[in-house]
Design a protein around this ligand. Sequence first.
Ligand SMILES: [Zn+2]
Length: 284
Amino acid sequence: MTPPKHGRRAAPKSLRLRIRTTRDSGASPARPSTPAAATPARRTTHRKRSLRPALSVAAMTFVGGMMIATSVPALAITATDSEPRASVYAPAAEDSISLDPQTIEVASEAETKVMATEGYSVEAAPPPIFSEVANVGSVSIVESGAVVWPVIDPEARASGFGPREAPCDGCSTFHDGVDFNPGNSTPVMSIADGVVVLATEDGGGLGVNVEVQHNIGGELVTSSYAHMQYGSLQVVEGQSVSAGQQLGLVGTTGQSTGPHLHLEMFGVDGVRFDGFAWLSEHIG
Ligand SMILES: [Zn+2]
């Protein structure tokens, strides 16, 4: 009478509770009957108890399931580990019930877990690139695809990238940037999404200067915008900007012979490359 009730009640959640119940109810009624009536009484008890082993099998089905799960997928292990393991394994060792039928139960459970794993990995966003910049610290730079010209009229240019005759006393004979001439006070814009890693009105020869780091196709690329007007800066260091966002206005601060945008571009190695060629290629 009592055992079946116990068994049914145990069916739900807690494995530990269920196993304990089965074992306790199985042990206690059997013993009192044994000393008094020897053989025949025992048989009756066995028949009456026939339900109990069945329940035990059911319990073992779960226990075995857990054991098998440990040898299968990683996530399934994590999930089953949350169950109190010691109490689950103990009865399994004492009983001699076959663990064969368990596979079915486990299979369905394990599959669900694996599917969940796949779902997560699909949703996971690609990790951003982290960049260490002295004046900003560690900044995460989200990958961006869109690339735009930094000025409204990119065709108007004075000096390209590479060797040149120095345009002034003390000017370099190697031009490590591109000079755009869109007109004084026209907007200077970020060439792509990125993070401002430098924004200063005291950039030495570069005058009012802004540097923006971009993650283009998984590579860190920095663009530098020089000679802008005093008081025209629209951004601060550490700020995220988007492609085409205004940084300042074309001016002639620092070592400059007239209003223009001096644009430099370089990678993590700091080596300058031809920004005009790079932009032409990426803008298409
Ligand atoms: Zn220049």
